[in-house]
Every structure is written in structure tokens, then in C-alpha cells.
Ligand binder design. Structure first.
Ligand code: DP6
Length: 350
């Protein structure tokens, strides 16, 4: 991985750079990791289109190392601390990184209190700005290498972030099902292996519970270390990759729905099997899931769900055909389970 070890002949100067990075939603989940942000199993996600973080970094070369961060104009001390720690942890890959002071201004296109994870888009955007600065200080590298290194660096900030550097379906974690897949960075799942039915999807996030989660993802990952079901789960993720590969190729929507919902429920089952146990789903989450199942039974329409590590429900349905009855059902039946009629509408198309 020579390309990641940086050019020792750098010369820093005052600079201002900016970058934007989308969030992503995993279909096969990353839950459990080893030292140095090595995932316990491979994961695959859709990169979103609308939920993004926009970040501007001002680098004051030669000043004492330190980070000041502003989120939507408001100074965030905790975030600054986190970024300082992160920058110190990646100095072996970005040798100039501690040679100045940073003022970081960042904002999300989705509501801050929504409970939508901003760490993926947030670290993705930061890593992109670092690569902009790296090019200025250490010299240009090719576009492909630049994105790959941004993915590598963002992984060290937050695992799922490394998938946000690519569009479409993105894989992180080594699996023999996907060529060139790696534990160190993400790769794009080959477009030619994806049936058109899976290339245009809606992801409407029902904001069941806004605000801070009771248990952070990082703590949740840690609890997999002592979870007696962990090894079976990691194996299952590999098995699900083999299944998904066939489904993606042949357009088997029913198989896709079954696998994606199973992955979401397994993630939350793992939380319940942790010691100490924790539950991030709320009453509204369960009500929505049951209503989706009833709706599907009655209508046979492809509306299904996935969950991240929180109470919100990601409603997935193809956007290549006008699914009026699905939209009506969501507004009439599901919206009532949100805290403030909150829904964030996103799409995936590639
Ligand atoms: C449930 O990437 O947020 O969303 O690496 O500790 O920052 P850290 O965790 P994070 O975990 C995401 C977990 C997940 C599943 C997924 O996105 O694959």
C-alpha cells in the first residue's frame, strides 16, 4: 500500500478547500470490527443522492496544530476533539497533517436532529478535503488513487464512511465474491453485475425518533466482541454476499427484499443479544415494520425496509415505475408513527 504512506517531501501553505460527500445505507451490514478499523465481515451499501455533508477546511500552515469545528455555523467542541484525535491517528499516511491549524465548517443537507448518521458523510467529506490538501502539498496522484486513499482515510474515521466515496452499490470488506474487495478501503460493485431493477431506488427515511441514540455505533461494534452469536453472524454475512450476488444479477426482487430485511433485523437482534443488551428500535419502528408486511401481503408491491443503528426506518421501493399506491400508503399509514411527521426523501440511481 505504498500509495498510502505519503510523500515525505511536502511543503505546506495556507489553503482553503471544500468537499461534499453523501451518506450511504447498508444492505449487508457492518457490525463488529477488529483493531485498526478492520471489519469483521464484508458489507455492501447504496450511496444516497440527497443526504450529504458539505465541508470547508481552512488550513493555517505553520500554526500550532489544533482543530476548530463549526456545524451549521455553531462551534462544536466535541467534534473538534474527535477530529484532532483522528488527524493524529493518520499522520503516518498524511505526513503534513499536524503542521498547522484547521478551521472546519461543515453542514448536513439533512436535519441535524434527525438521527440520520452523519459520520459516514462527515468523515467522507473530511477525507476528501484532506486529499485536496495532500495534492497541493505532496503533489498530484491519479483520480482513482485519490478516491481510493480518501476511502482508506475515511475508514479510519468511521468504518461505514469508506463506502460513501463511491456511487451506486459499494462493498467494503474482503470477500471472494467481489474482485479487489478489501478490508482497508471500499470498492464499487461492478455495475454490469446489477440488474436494472436495482439501479433506481427510493430511500425514504421515516424519522421515528429524532435526537441522540442511547448507544453509539462504536460501543455497539465493541459489544460484538463478547456476543456469543457473533461468529455465526460474521459467517452469515459472507453467505448473504454469495446470495445477493445472484439476486443482483438476475433481478430477483423477492429474494432481495427477504435478504435486506433479514440483514436489518439481524443487526438489531445482535444488539438484543449483547451483554449488556440494548434496543434501539422504538414502538413506532415495530408498528411500521408490521404495517409494511401487511401491505406487502395484500398488494404484492415491492415496499420494504432496512434499519441502521437507530429507530428510524428506511423505506425502500423501486423508483423506475410510478408507485402511487406505495406513496399514498406511506403518507396515510406510516407517517403517523414518526415523531414530527418527519421523512427525508432520498434516491439512488446509477
Ligand atoms: C449499523 O461506521 O458508524 O450503520 O466504524 O465505529 O464509526 P464506526 O461505526 P459506523 O457503523 C455503522 C453500522 C451500521 C451498518 C453499516 O453501515 O454497515
Amino acid at each position: 500500500m505504498n500509495e498510502f504512506f505519503g510523500n515525505p517531501n511536502f511543503s505546506v501553505s495556507h489553503q482553503k478547500v471544500s468537499a461534499s460527500c453523501p451518506s450511504n445505507i447498508a444492505l449487508i451490514k457492518y457490525w463488529g470490527k477488529y483493531e485498526n478499523q478492520i471489519p469483521a465481515n464484508p458489507s455492501i451499501s447504496y450511496t444516497l443522492n440527497n443526504c450529504k455533508t458539505n465541508t470547508e477546511v481552512e488550513f493555517l500552515a505553520g500554526e500550532k496544530f489544533g482543530v476548530q469545528t463549526f456545524l451549521a455555523g455553531k462551534e462544536e467542541l466535541k467534534f473538534a476533539e474527535k477530529i484532532e484525535k483522528y488527524f493524529k491517528s493518520i499522520v503516518e499516511y498524511v505526513p503534513w497533517i499536524l503542521e498547522g491549524k484547521y478551521i472546519i465548517r461543515t453542514e448536513n443537507t439533512f436535519p441535524h436532529s434527525s438521527g440520520i448518521a452523519s459520520s459516514a458523510s462527515g468523515f467522507g467529506a473530511i477525507a476528501k478535503t484532506l486529499m485536496e490538501l495532500d495534492e497541493l502539498f505532496s503533489g498530484k496522484i491519479g483520480t482513482e488513487a485519490k478516491v481510493k486513499k480518501a476511502s482508506f482515510l475515511s475508514r479510519l474515521g468511521s468504518g461505514s464512511a469508506c463506502r460513501s466515496l463511491y456511487n451506486g452499490l459499494v462493498v467494503w470488506g474482503e470477500t471472494h465474491e467481489v474482485q479487489n474487495s478489501s478490508d482497508l478501503f471500499a470498492v464499487q460493485y461492478p455495475n454490469s453485475e446489477v440488474h436494472t431493477s436495482f439501479k433506481n431506488f427510493n430511500d425514504w427515511v421515516l424519522l421515528i425518533h429524532e435526537g441522540e441514540k442511547t448507544v453509539s455505533s462504536t460501543v455497539g461494534h465493541g459489544l460484538m466482541n463478547t456476543n456469543p452469536y457473533a461468529e455465526r453472524r460474521f459467517l452469515e454475512a459472507h453467505e448473504n454476499f454469495a446470495l445477493l450476488k445472484v439476486i443482483l444479477k438476475n433481478g430477483d426482487m423477492e429474494g432481495f427484499i427477504k435478504l435486506v430485511e433479514h440483514e436489518a433485523l439481524t443487526l438489531h437482534a445482535m444488539m438484543m443479544m449483547s451483554d449488556p443488551a440494548f434496543i434501539l428500535m422504538k414502538t413506532g419502528t415495530l408498528a411500521v415494520i408490521n404495517k409494511i408486511w401487511e401491505f406487502r401481503k395484500e398488494t404484492k408491491l415491492p415496499l420494504f425496509f432496512t434499519l441502521d443503528a437507530g429507530a428510524n426506518v428506511h423505506l425502500l421501493f423501486p423508483s423506475n415505475q410510478e408507485q402511487t399506491s406505495i406513496r399514498e400508503f406511506i403518507i396515510k399509514e406510516l407517517l403517523q408513527h414518526t415523531q414530527n411527521n418527519g421523512v427525508v426523501k432520498d434516491v439512488m440511481h446509477f
